[in-house]
Ligand binder design. Structure first.
Ligand code: GDP
Length: 174
C-alpha cells in the first residue's frame, strides 16, 4: 500500500467560496462549521484512491489573507497542486485569477522545477447572474496554463468532489 501526502492550495479572492468549498469537501456541510486559523492551519482528508494507494490530502485555504494577493513562500512550500477559484457572478474575482496564477507559477514548483498543476474553478454556478461566459473562461484557462476548468456550486454540492478528484488524478499522473 502506497500512501501519498499531497499538499493542495485553494486560492482566490475573498468571498468566492474557498472556506465553504473546504468545509463541504471535508465535512459534507455547507453552513460554516469550520474556519481555519489565519495562515497556519489546514484541513486533512484521507482518500482510498485505489487498492494499492491511499491519498492523504492537506488542503490549505489562504484564510482571509487574500488582501495580500502575493502570499509568502511558506504557504507555497511543498504544494503539489492548486485550485484557483472565482465567483462566476463577479468579473473582478475572475480577473484576479491571472494574478493568482502568476504568483503560483513564480513560487510553487515541483521538485523538478515544473509549475504545479492548477484547476480553475468557477464557483456559484447556481446563481442566475453570470458575469463571465464559458467561452471567456475556456480561453483564459488554456492561455494561462490551467490543465482544466470546471463549474461548481458549493451551495448545491455540484462538482466539489469531482474537482478534487480531477486535481488528484492530475497530480498523480505527472
Ligand atoms: P471565502 O472568503 O473565499 O472563503 O468564501 P466563503 O466560503 O466565506 O463564502 C463567501 C460567501 O459565498 C458565503 O456567504 C457563502 O455562503 C457563499 N457561497 C459559497 N459558495 C457558494 C455557492 O456555490 N453558491 C452561492 N450562491 N453562494 C456560495
Amino acid at each position: 500500500m502506497t500512501e501519498h501526502l499531497l499538499k493542495i492550495l485553494i486560492v482566490g479572492d475573498g468571498n468566492v467560496g474557498k472556506s465553504s468549498f473546504v468545509n463541504r469537501y471535508i465535512s459534507g456541510n455547507f453552513n460554516r462549521t469550520y474556519k481555519m486559523t489565519v495562515g497556519v492551519d489546514f484541513a486533512v482528508k484521507l482518500l482510498h484512491w485505489s487498492d494499492e494507494e491511499k491519498v492523504r490530502l492537506q488542503l490549505w485555504d489562504i484564510a482571509g489573507q487574500e488582501r495580500f494577493i502575493s502570499m509568502t513562500r511558506i504557504y507555497y512550500k511543498g504544494a503539489v497542486g492548486c485550485i484557483v477559484m472565482f465567483d462566476i457572478s463577479s468579473s473582478s474575482s475572475f480577473l484576479s485569477c491571472r494574478l493568482w496564477k502568476e504568483d503560483l507559477d513564480h513560487k510553487a514548483m515541483l521538485p523538478n522545477g515544473d509549475t504545479i498543476p492548477c484547476l480553475l474553478l468557477a464557483n456559484k454556478c447556481d446563481l442566475a447572474e453570470r458575469a463571465v461566459s464559458a467561452d471567456t473562461i475556456d480561453h483564459f484557462s488554456g492561455a494561462n496554463g490551467f490543465f482544466t476548468w470546471m463549474e461548481a456550486s458549493v451551495k448545491e454540492n455540484k462538482n466539489v468532489g469531482e474537482a478534487m478528484r480531477r486535481l488528484v488524478q492530475e497530480i498523480l499522473s505527472v
